[in-house]
Design a protein around this ligand. Structure first.
Ligand code: GDP
Length: 521
């Protein structure tokens, strides 16, 4: 079932353990999940990519694709796009951010901003995606609320504008002050947060005596914030100057409905998107979409390969013939087995902001555009700074042809970046990845899918900078740096650490050494 109600499409950016899975479950509890899902049932290394969501699906009986969770709230359709994290952190984690209109930055109140959150935040900054900040785990002891605001402002350079303010310090969560209405939203604990935590709203005059002292503190801080120009500013939020902040306990389901309300009221709806030639696709124009993630199953027998695309404009009807922009060829979506997974005909239509999963769409690659009507091609999804490097060689040199084909295929799919140099030769390219799990995926697919087991050998590099042909020449033979070329022609200079990258840049001021987006950049 799907329909053309207004959409909100967002992702949660967070560090492992901040509570993303808990929040996702809580969101689903508050809403009506409509997507029948589970498109990918991988094996081996792939399972980790979907495990959180699959477990959740089993445990709660809710339905999730490995790419997006869709639900209805207040007559809006909300798409929550998954950002793979933990051990399966990879380029996909960054790429999915090209498919959303806003992001929720989930912060552990006890820890503040952590490395993975900051990496993902940089990608949002690059793309100008508005960010809502949720301070989670307020039911546990943590940092002071004002201190957290300072940390956010210092580390991400967006002015925090709290919409709610905690009543009671971290660990003594009584509720929040709704800074827009001045009301007390009282938090009522439920056993294990199993059901919706009732949020009782009351005017300031009704605040109980037991809460009076902490309420007084909250009001004082609220006034301080207003004096400090920290009230919500919608224009500033959309223009990437401010981040609205709210306080929650995902585990106790407190603040979750507030977050949904906020997404509907403040976060941007799907909007017009510019093509590479400068033409603009309005959401009401004929169908167009771009692929932001391709996932291949590990099961050699099935060779399942799902291309996930975000609808940019128009209506998608299952079975429609679209044009594949990079080849100019028609592409029949009826041969794509399923949209949104397991139930083959469960979704017949999709609208701007929705995520469609096209099964066995072998021709589709990350960044590809599909369209109907006037030609449109959306800008490529950028590649991000790899931080892990290994050389690959065919275990059986007699299978070099298979080796070459497999490596090229995985390169095109964006599973890893493949780097080469004359010095290393073609027999032993360098594979570069954002997360270490990508090598396991390569290993397994090379063995099972391309019949060419490989030997991987770790290189000591951690940092990649963009350079050019002149840079490659200038840096050749220098200590602690190696320049290789990516298949898209980009030259990458690899360094053992940031320090070496820094000294090399200082010692060679004429050499171009640019940081790449996100990661070690
Ligand atoms: P993820 O790695 O970001 O998906 O984090 P999880 O949702 O798995 O949560 C990590 C741990 O933090 C789990 O033990 C959760 O029960 C716990 N947790 C998540 N949210 C809260 C919260 O609001 N309060 C408390 N006390 N614990 C939480």
């Amino acid at each position: 079932m799907s329909d053309n109600r207004p959409r909100r499409t967002f992702a949660v950016i967070s560090h492992p353990d901040a509570g993303k899975s808990t929040l996702t479950e809580a969101l689903a509890l508050h809403a009506r999940v409509i997507t029948e899902a589970g498109a990918v049932h991988g094996k081996g290394g792939r399972r980790a990519t979907v495990s959180d969501w699959m477990d959740m699906e089993k445990a709660r009986g809710i339905s999730i694709t490995s790419a997006a969770l869709q639900f209805v709230y207040r007559d809006h359709v909300v798409n929550l796009v998954d950002t793979p994290g933990h051990s399966d952190f990879s380029e996909d984690t960054y790429r999915v951010l090209s498919a959303v209109d806003s992001a929720v930055m989930l912060v552990d109140a006890g820890k503040g901003l952590e490395p993975q959150t900051l990496k993902l935040f940089k990608v949002c900054a690059l793309r100008g995606i508005p960010v809502i900040t949720v301070i989670n785990k307020w039911d546990r002891p943590g940092l002071a609320a004002l201190e957290l605001m300072d940390l956010i402002e210092q580390q991400i350079k967006l002015r925090p504008t709290p919409l709610t303010w905690p009543v009671g310090e971290a660990g003594d969560f009584r509720g929040v002050l709704d800074r827009r209405t001045g009301e007390f939203v009282k938090y009522t604990r439920t056993a294990g947060g199993a059901t919706r935590a009732p949020e009782v709203r009351m005017p300031a005059s009704d605040v109980d005596e037991i809460d009076a002292a902490v309420w007084h503190d909250a009001v004082e801080e609220h006034q301080l914030l207003s004096a400090d120009d920290a009230d919500h500013d919608q224009e500033g939020f959309l223009a990437w100057r401010t981040t609205p902040v709210m306080f929650a306990s995902a585990l106790q389901n407190f603040g979750v409905a507030q977050l949904l309300d906020l997404l509907l009221d403040l976060a941007p709806a799907p909007h017009a998107t510019e093509g590479v030639d400068g033409s603009v696709r309005e959401v009401e124009d004929p169908f167009s979409a771009f692929v932001f993630k391709v996932q291949s199953g590990m099961n050699a027998a099935h060779r399942d390969r799902v291309a996930y695309a975000r609808v940019v404009s128009g209506e998608f009807d299952r079975g429609m013939i679209v044009t594949h922009a990079s080849t100019g060829r028609p592409f029949a979506t009826k041969y794509a087995q399923a949209v949104f997974g397991r139930e083959l005909s469960s979704i017949e239509h999709a609208y701007p902001g929705d995520i469609i999963g096209l099964v066995n769409a072998q021709a589709l690659r990350v960044g590809d555009t599909m369209y109907v009507g006037d030609k449109i091609e959306f800008p490529p999804v950028p590649s991000f700074a790899p931080e892990h490097f290994q050389t690959a060689t065919a275990a059986d040199i007699g299978r070099y042809k298979q080796f070459r084909r497999g490596i090229d295929q995985l390169d095109q799919e964006g599973v890893v970046q493949v780097l080469r140099s004359d010095l290393r030769g073609d027999q032993s390219p360098v594979l570069a990845a954002v997360g270490p799990m990508q090598f396991e995926v390569v290993q397994e697919r090379m063995t099972n899918e391309f019949n060419s087991p490989i030997r991987l050998s770790r290189l000591d590099y951690q940092v990649a900078r963009r350079t050019d042909a002149a840079g490659a020449t200038a840096l050749a033979g220098k200590r602690g740096v190696e320049v290789l070329q990516r298949s898209d022609g980009t030259y990458l200079a690899l360094f053992v650490d940031q320090w070496r990258a820094g000294t090399t840049a200082r010692d060679n001021p004429d050499v171009m050494l640019e940081a790449l987006p996100a990661g070690g950049g």
